[in-house]
Design a protein around this ligand. Structure first.
Ligand code: AMP
Ligand code: MN
Ligand code: ZN
Length: 672
């Protein structure tokens, strides 16, 4: 595909985009020089300044209104109601971006744009029929959905987000050598802090079956493709009973889970995927939530091998949601560790052993969605489909690596079992929890620190009460900016929280109150130093999975590259961007010798589709270099054309200044 910028868009369109971009850059640069805050007020008392500023701000409103006319006819900005205007702007931006994403998707597939249904409709099983939005960023497809009924509403079990100790859900204990008894654990001060693993004794007694420590000389047969394999979707008790009956007849099975943690405080499991010699199975873990305990018959049977990849979370989720425990586990991630593979992700193993190019891009899909789309089903099946085969291959590799001795293989079983011996505990916060957000930010004074702490604790409390994730209510980067800037009014808060999460919108006043109360804290100079120590500690593992990749290895992360205007945060809610600059006018290109060939020119506007195309050809450096050369030429031409058409300054409201300062801050941080 010829995908130079010039090749894709007609030259006159491209030229006009570039001209607009250059004009915009200049405008923003100039508006940075405008006075803000108190200085602005002072200047306004000079009539000449005030008249000019008013005229510009009316111009801006007028121009925006004329854009809205073509976009959302019902939207109209009001002369000087900043808050009202800001909300309209955000909504309009959302709507425009939605359309862009949709159109990109349609161009990709060569289909007509999908008109979303207006209102959610109750579908079978009490679910709403949600509006599905597919968002394509580079090669990555996010499947997000709106109007999903909160499945928690239908859970039979009570969700307890209080700080009370988590009580294991297990009611029956199949495959036991010691009958079920929940044993309490106490700390040194005699406080009850949890319960012992219900299968502790059985775990201690466990040894892998002898045949698991050997391998067939015969090459295992590579499994047929997912499309050539039987598939069963299990969504009620009867089907689950059938499945358990089948599972009790097999020797081994691949297991994986999909979990949702964005619109819930502790999260819940949405799917359980299994693969046996009979094919792939997906259990609807929302519909079967109250029956899934029945899998303990299989999962705690030490003679049936359960194969996971990276089971850390899965083990805890199984306990949390269903009271399920695992005895007889082989974790292919641990096997990759013991084999010293540099990349240990499932995708890497699939490539290595099966020659399959896995696409992990649906990992962050909203797994609450029902019915599942065919892509999501294929994705979920692929996560377990090859596990039994990979396990066989890895067992052979481990024995070979041990020169015929199974000690490495035993090590893998031991490490895997160490994981399945962990127990779930509820996320806990204390008076220092906010410090883990503080790791990478600039030194805070006492007031900023107090704000960080109060906001953090308040957000956590609300998230527990509403059963939402803290990231959904108020993402970490916004919380940090609020604490750092300590805005004095609602406009200041609004400017820092864009796009504005619904929770923030409903609580702007409250947030202002919290921040103002922190300004009462006495500023003392030695304060910052006391917290420097906390910053030097390695970053603590972050509970908010939506703010940090959760895998152990750097190299296992699939980064979503959305270059040019900033990286999209890796999570299902793809509407929120990390606070990166909207326009990279302050960034210079890396001209050093070792710099990778520049794909995206900072001073150059890259339209979404071109950006998308660039991402696809990222593996073709030669082509990229050629494109870059073409672009340098184009930029030069555009600049020459634009220099004859210099834009005048426009009034930037003080709120925009907040935002720009914030952007600069990010760059400073980036450089260090
Ligand atoms: P996987 O085993 O790769 O299919 O991942 C299982 C579940 O882990 C997904 O359904 C997500 O809920 C969650 N997950 C995986 N990677 C991430 C991540 N980087 N951030 C947050 N959640 C994740
Ligand atoms: Mn998994
Ligand atoms: Zn998975």
């Amino acid at each position: 595909m010829q995908s130079t910028a010039a090749g894709f868009l007609p030259p006159e369109v491209m030229a006009s985009i570039q001209k607009g971009f250059v004009t915009m850059n200049k405008t923003i640069k100039l508006s940075n020089n405008l006075p803000v805050g108190g200085a602005y007020k002072q200047c306004s008392s000079v009539t000449d300044f005030d008249v000019v500023a008013q005229r510009f701000s009316h111009n801006v409103v007028f121009q925006l209104n004329s854009i809205f006319m073509t976009e959302l006819a019902s939207y109209k900005l009001k002369g000087d109601d900043f808050e009202y205007n800001m909300e309209r702007l955000v909504d309009a931006n959302d709507s425009i971006l939605d359309r862009v994403y949709n159109n990109i998707d349609c161009v990709n597939k060569g289909v007509e744009p999908n008109r979303p249904t207006d209102n959610a409709v109750i579908g079978p099983g009490g679910y709403y029929r949600p509006k599905i939005t597919k968002i394509q960023v580079g090669d990555t497809t996010f499947t997000a959905a709106r109007n999903i009924t909160r499945p928690q509403l239908f859970f039979k079990d009570q969700i307890d987000n209080t700080s009370a100790v988590w009580v294991p859900k297990i009611k029956e204990k199949p495959n036991n050598t010691k009958p079920l008894a929940l044993e309490r654990i106490y700390d040194e001060d005699g406080r009850h802090i949890g319960f012992e693993h219900p299968y502790r004794i059985e775990l201690d007694q466990f040894t892998p079956r002898p045949e698991w420590l050997t391998y067939d000389n015969e090459e295992p047969a590579m499994p047929p493709a997912v499309t050539e394999t039987n598939f069963t979707f299990v969504s009620d008790e009867k089907q689950l009973d059938e499945l358990v009956k089948h599972l009790l007849t097999v020797e081994e099975l691949g297991v994986d889970l999909e979990h949702h943690s964005y619109r819930s405080y502790q999260g819940f499991t949405c799917l359980v995927q299994l693969t046996t010699t009979a094919g792939d199975f997906i259990i609807d873990a929302i519909a079967c939530r109250e029956y899934l305990y029945k899998l303990n018959e299989v999962f705690t049977n030490p003679n049936i091998l359960k194969i996971f990849h990276g089971s850390d979370c899965d083990i805890l989720w199984l306990q949390k949601d269903f009271g399920l425990y695992v005895l007889g586990i082989f974790d292919t991630y641990r096997a990759a560790q013991v084999l010293n593979f540099s990349i240990k992700s499932l995708a890497a193993l699939l490539k290595r052993y099966c020659g399959v190019d896995a696409d992990k891009t649906h990992q962050m899909a909203d797994w609450r969605l029902r019915p599942l789309t065919p892509e999501l089903i294929t994705y979920a099946r692929t996560d377990t489909h090859f596990l039994p085969y990979i396990c066989k291959k890895m067992r052979a590799d481990l024995i070979r690596a041990g020169n015929g001795d199974p000690h490495l293989l035993e090590k893998v079983f031991k490490r895997s079992q160490e994981v399945s011996g962990r127990t779930y505990t509820k996320p806990a916060v204390d008076q220092n929890s906010h410090l883990k957000l503080y790791q990478n930010s600039r030194p805070f004074n006492a007031q900023q620190m107090e704000a960080l702490k109060r906001l953090y604790l308040w957000r956590d409390e609300e998230a527990r009460r509403m059963d939402e994730s803290t990231s959904y209510l108020l993402p970490n980067h916004m919380l940090l900016s609020l604490a750092e800037v300590l805005p004095r009014d609602t406009q200041g808060v609004t400017a820092l929280c864009q796009p504005m999460p619904p929770f923030v919108r409903q609580n702007v006043e409250k947030i202002c109150q919290i921040l103002m109360s922190c300004r009462q804290v006495h500023l003392d100079d030695g304060f910052g130093a006391r917290f420097t120590a906390a910053r030097l500690e390695p970053p603590a593992p972050e509970y908010a999975v939506h703010d940090l990749p959760h895998e152990e290895d750097e190299d296992d992360r699939v980064d979503v590259a959305l270059n040019g205007n900033g990286a999209l945060h890796r999570r299902m809610d793809c509407y929120y961007q990390v606070s990166l600059p909207d326009i990279k006018i302050f960034v210079m290109e890396d001209k050093s010798e070792n710099a990778p060939p520049s794909v995206f020119m900072p001073y150059y506007f890259v339209p979404p589709f071109v950006r998308h195309s660039n991402y696809r050809i990222i593996a073709q450096p030669a082509l990229l270099r050629r494109n870059a050369e073409v672009r340098v030429q184009e930029v030069q031409e555009a600049l020459t054309a634009a220099s004859s058409n210099v834009a005048g300054p426009s009034a930037t409201p003080p709120q925009a200044q907040y935002r720009q300062n914030n952007n600069k801050k990010w760059h400073n941080k980036k450089k260090t």
